[in-house]
Design a protein. Structure first.
Length: 219
């Protein structure tokens, strides 16, 4: 369900080489995009505390400040629809908030909990915990493009978009080394998200599904 599983595959390889004496198991989140490549990742990595659905949504949008080794390109053109633009804006922040939690090594970081609830929050917690367990973070450049937004009556919405992971990598926090992987079909991922507008006016992600190697997203 969550982003950048290729990185977790790299984590598993790095951990096997560098942490073989610790018997560290490979991790995988059940809804992770590249679940075939991350054998068993989020099993056993759940924390005992589940994130409260949309816990801080009513408090407003948190300030997201990313480290200098992470960059993002959102090729998401503005529309003439205020609600659609709000969905895109909050989704952009939700993506960064997850990466910030990984950088901070905190699977219950309040910033991302502002943008996820229910199944979306639980799966995201597991995804972040995988990085924490492997003492790994993300680095590099990410590009998001081809968004398709639909806003429904009753304060719900759907968003589909593509991600190019070709210049994004995993970083071993113990050694500082960056594990670079070659670009292939699986570097391009299509996402489908369902959202609702919280009482605080934030578009919160309830569910996210991905298609690895989607032909729609490949150049």
């Amino acid at each position: 369900m969550n982003r950048r599983p290729t990185f977790l595959a790299a984590i598993a390889l790095t951990a096997a080489a560098a942490l073989s004496l610790s018997a560290c198991g490979s991790d995988d989140s059940p809804k992770d995009k590249k679940n075939d490549k991350i054998a068993g990742a989020d099993r056993g990595s759940e924390t005992s505390t589940s994130p409260s659905p949309s816990a801080s949504a009513a408090a407003g949008r948190p300030k997201i400040e990313m480290p200098s080794d992470l960059s993002y390109t959102f090729d998401w053109p503005k529309s003439d629809d205020e609600d659609k633009d709000a969905v895109l804006g909050d989704s952009e922040q939700s993506i960064k908030a997850v990466d910030l939690a990984i950088v901070k090594q905190n699977a219950l970081d309040k910033a991302y909990l502002n943008y996820y609830e229910g199944e979306g929050a639980a799966g995201t917690q597991k995804f972040i915990q995988n990085y924490v367990d492997h003492k790994a973070a993300v680095t590099g450049a990410y590009r998001f493009y081809d968004p398709e937004v639909a806003v429904n009556k009753g304060g719900t919405a759907s968003l589909s978009y593509c991600e190019d992971q070709g210049k994004a990598y995993v970083k071993d926090l113990k050694t500082g080394k960056v594990k670079k992987t070659e670009v292939n079909a699986d570097s391009y991922v299509l996402y489908h998200t369902s959202l609702r507008k919280s009482d605080g006016g934030v578009w919160v992600i309830r569910e996210i599904i991905s298609e690895i190697g989607s032909a729609k997203c490949r150049p």
